[in-house]
Design a protein around this ligand. Sequence first.
Ligand SMILES: Cc1ncc(COP(=O)(O)O)c(C=O)c1O
Length: 392
Amino acid sequence: MEEYIKEAESLLMHTYSRYQIILDRGEGVYLYDTNGKKYLDFGAGIAVFALGYGNREYNDALKAQLDKLIHTSNYFYNVPSVKAASKFTKASGMDRVFFTNSGTEAIEGAIKLARKYYYKKHQRGDSQIIAMNRSFHGRSMGALSVTGQPSYREAFEPLIGGVVFADLNSIEDIKAKINDRTCAILLEPVQAEGGVYPAGEEYLKELKKLCEERDILLIFDEIQCGMGRCGSMFVWQEYGVKPDILTSAKALGCGVPVGAFGAVEKVCMAFEPGDHGTTYGGNPFTAAAVNAVFDQYEKLDLLNHVKEISSYLELQLDELAKSHNAIKERRGKGLLQGLEFEYPVKDIILKAMDNNLILFSAGSNVLRFVPPLVITREHVDEMIEILKKVIS
Ligand SMILES: Cc1ncc(COP(=O)(O)O)c(C=O)c1O
């Protein structure tokens, strides 16, 4: 393992402080490193692997598509992408979809679509987007421009213009920042990377009203919190607050790189041929993954499972928080939970890995829990036992 890590450090760009582990294979909700050490996975490859590792039908669907056709380009139609579009629009409530290769590209597409909608209406290219402080939307230049964390942005400025930031859950702040040039308000219904902060129901409802009154587009980034992680297929369905544009990725392909942005019909119509494109997006292979994911969600009744198992996880995390003074707060929704500590959690994460548990942070002081959606009570108990030991 040490040899490969040394080689990796000499060949790969230094964009990550990686953990000193090489993961080799997965089984259910467990991962194994190249030395054979077993880990309980409460990270799911950053909220990606919803189905757990080694889901037979998902794997078989990918293998079958691999042997048939992997790529066509978007000059042609392909059946898996039509099926995936049907499943995605049905599940998300959006009317049309554009498949991308990642979350950040889904955000790029959403920004372009919102700008084009404004441009068609006003014949002016001076639109503004209101995004949220503490948000995270990805690493490309457009996505960085709407990411409300200076540490990610500063070295890469100037970014795209026309973005202002507001505080999540403050309708007053939004009102103060809206003007005639506002084309869209963009937020994660549950801020993930920024520290696990859910948006309040009343706030979302007021936001929607405000957007409707002024024909401003509401964009939900459900790349991390969507696809069943918070109990409904998408978080907007929990509150009945439907966005005009919705982005998805991560669990959408369960490890096969695919993202999507969908929108309601009147917004979709702003795009014309030539406005946007991608070589790979929606190719038969990634679309087969999307289809297999949606099929497995249905077969495993995953949404109901998440509702049930997440209330158990919340209970156990609340107990843990009560008995440890260093834990300030539990926050989150469904299987996207955070525990905020008085101090940075880096050492807890390292010690948890020593003790066979994979966990991530969300910001410096928050432990993030984003396990595969198929976890059981036994897995929650096992995680809590390890965590208790590590914190002590
Ligand atoms: C809410 C949110 N939006 C966008 C992204 C970017 O997605 P990707 O890393 O696939 O580009 C992430 C990734 O963590 C995310 O959590």
